[in-house]
Design a protein around this ligand. Structure first.
Ligand code: PML
Length: 285
């Protein structure tokens, strides 16, 4: 990684919570589609259906040992009550984190005014152009986000050439091993409640976007939810924070995903290693 993007774990100031041993807890729920194959596989996109199963729900965070049982209970409940239906497999991974997670700031949140997908396109184009991203790369990013062939993970795109550099174009990059300190989590819930947007979807998207934006090689992220009925997306960057964009897609439109626009000369393997494997935790402001 070039430069030092993250505030490393020098726990010296008084407002920093005492972090003991931490655990990354991850949940993934899925359903086999053998018997339902013909019906479901034709209608679902590739993000939801891998070869043998469809994705029902997922969640993850970084927690203290004392919270493991409670969190697992919550994750299991979530897996069993998802609107995508009943899973027949729920995988929970509990992984002890070696050392201390890097502590990073939360991006500032703002909801923009936007009444249509066309307007959203203009807002995103303007923001990306202002950051020096050429038209071709912007169009390439939209191609990924608007494709019906939705990826489970994110696309990693070079911000000048628009070249996609994620090693597996179907799998994409899976951002993982991120969480939020307890006090920061409470602060965030209060803040989002005031804005009337305190949902797990917003919480988790914001934590993920904050991890992504903390890497110095990542210029910006654009996200459209793959959920057919979730029509708010966002553009995020270290420069301007997390900008929510209502009506980024039409209700029922099958498209979505995440694109991370990275510097042309990025060390791609290091960026991927950071996004997928490096534990980070959002700290209190
Ligand atoms: C938000 O409303 O701020 C969240 C937008 C992106 C949701 C992505 C997803 O998890 O589907």
């Amino acid at each position: 990684m070039k430069g030092v993007p993250l505030e490393d774990s020098s726990l010296t100031t008084s407002n920093i919570e005492e972090m003991g041993i931490m655990f990354s807890i991850r949940m993934h729920a899925s359903r086999k589609i053998k018997s339902e194959k013909s019906k479901i596989k034709k209608t679902l996109n590739s993000k939801l259906s891998t070869l043998n199963s469809i994705h029902i729900s997922g969640a993850e965070g970084i927690y203290e040992e004392a919270d493991i049982q409670k969190v697992c209970g919550e994750y299991i409940k979530r897996a069993l009550t998802h609107s995508r239906g009943m899973p027949d497999e729920i995988h929970i991974t509990i992984e002890k984190i070696k050392g201390k997670p890097s502590r990073i700031p939360l991006l500032a949140v703002k909801t923009l005014k936007c009444s249509s997908a066309d307007e959203a396109g203009k807002i995103i184009t303007k923001r990306l152009s202002e950051m020096g991203i050429p038209e071709k790369a912007i169009n390439d990013a939209f191609k990924v986000l608007k494709s019906r062939n939705v990826m489970r993970g994110a696309s990693l795109m070079l911000a000048e050439s628009g070249r996609r550099v994620e090693p597996d174009k179907n799998r994409g990059i899976r951002v993982s091993r991120m969480g939020i300190e307890k006090t920061a989590g409470r602060q965030l819930a209060q803040k989002l409640s005031k804005m009337r947007i305190n949902s797990t979807t917003v919480n988790e998207a914001l934590i993920l976007a904050s991890k992504v934006a903390a890497h110095p090689d990542i210029i910006a992220e654009v996200c459209i939810s793959d959920d057919l009925d979730y029509t708010t997306g966002y553009i995020a960057s270290n420069k301007f924070g997390y900008l929510r964009i209502p009506n980024i897609k039409r209700r029922g439109e099958m498209c979505g995903g995440r694109v991370f626009l990275i510097k042309e000369n990025s060390d791609i393997n290091r960026v991927i290693q950071y996004l997928e494997k490096m534990p980070v935790i959002i700290r209190m402001v």
